[in-house]
Design a protein around this ligand. Structure first.
Ligand code: NAP
Length: 269
């Protein structure tokens, strides 16, 4: 199957790499449309695929099209690309805030449209994507979308488009929340005497270990936390400070603000 990616930036390149590594699309079967000349050179260097600078007939033979351009100016870009896209192609947009309604207006001849919110760890094949198909999209095209998104990590299909905005605040922005926490853990570990390299290793392994244990167990995060929190112990003291300072409430408020901002940006887009 021939696959096209419109926009060979951070996400476009990440998706292309994952598709190639999974053996889903490479060589002649993968086309990337990228207008930036320097970026085109990088794509040609990093991948074995067709790289084109302007929309052309190579796109017409593609059955699956990923839109990985920025939401700003997306309407114009999509309208330029649209005449080259076959009516039967499945179009998967990963553009933040661009609704299925807008996509169907910009691609009036296409009935197979999917909106998706991936996240940054797709760059290492450990992404989390949430997608919603346009109304009535046949199961085989939802499965096709899931197969390709799974090459970039995990994916979940939802039936309600509003959950894509919620997913932005949870998994889309989520890596940012973890990086923010790591910044403080790293700083504190160094204040406690570790070198930067040691602190990085301690925190990285702790996060991976804790995340894996939680994800692989049937216990809730609260249950696991209680298991490391002996009465009167060191963890209990740290949690007491976090609770006194209402860290949990602050975290929750931040996530809800991210959700509200997603809605605002969606209106602007
Ligand atoms: N980065 C993330 O973590 C993340 C997470 C979730 C979703 N997303 C979504 O993924 C999309 C892509 O994000 P990104 O970070 O990969 O953006 P990016 O690095 O800016 O990549 C977009 C690329 O597409 C090119 N482009 C734009 N319009 C084009 C056109 N009409 N024809 C050919 N090439 C065109 C851009 O060139 P110019 O530089 O010349 O414009 C740029 O090189 C966005 O819609 C974003 O909302 C990103």
């Amino acid at each position: 199957m021939k696959v096209a990616i419109v926009g060979g930036g951070n996400m476009g390149l990440a998706f292309a790499r994952c598709f190639a590594e999974a053996g889903l699309a490479a060589g002649e079967d993968l086309v990337i449309l990228e207008r930036d000349v320097e970026r085109q050179a990088l794509l040609k260097e990093s991948l074995q695929c067709a790289v084109i600078g302007t929309p052309e007939t190579l796109l017409t033979g593609c059955s699956l099209i990923f839109l990985a351009i920025k939401p700003q100016g997306a309407q114009e870009s999509c309208q330029t690309v649209q005449p080259y896209i076959g009516d039967q192609a499945v179009i998967v947009s990963i553009m933040a805030g661009i609704t299925l309604k807008s996509l169907s207006e910009w691609f009036p001849k296409s009935g197979r449209i999917v909106r998706c919110m991936p996240n940054m760890p797709a760059q290492i094949g450990k992404g989390m994507s949430v997608f919603v198909p346009s109304a009535g999209l046949e199961q085989e095209y939802c499965d096709l979308t899931a197969k390709y998104l799974s090459a970039t990590g995990s994916c979940v299909q939802v039936g309600d488009e509003s959950l894509i905005n919620a997913a932005t605040a949870v998994s889309g922005c989520g890596p940012g929340y973890f990086f923010y926490l790591i910044e403080f853990m790293q700083q504190t570990a160094e204040e406690l005497g570790f070198s930067a390299v040691e602190a990085r290793q301690l925190i990285s392994e702790t996060m991976i270990g804790a995340a894996s244990q939680w994800s692989e167990s049937n216990l809730s995060a609260a249950d696991l936390r209680k298991m490391v929190t002996s009465k009167g112990g060191a963890t209990a003291e740290a949690i007491r400070v976090f609770q006194d300072e209402k860290l949990g409430e602050s975290f929750s408020r931040g996530m809800k603000k991210a959700f509200e901002r997603t809605l605002e940006l969606a209106k602007l887009a």
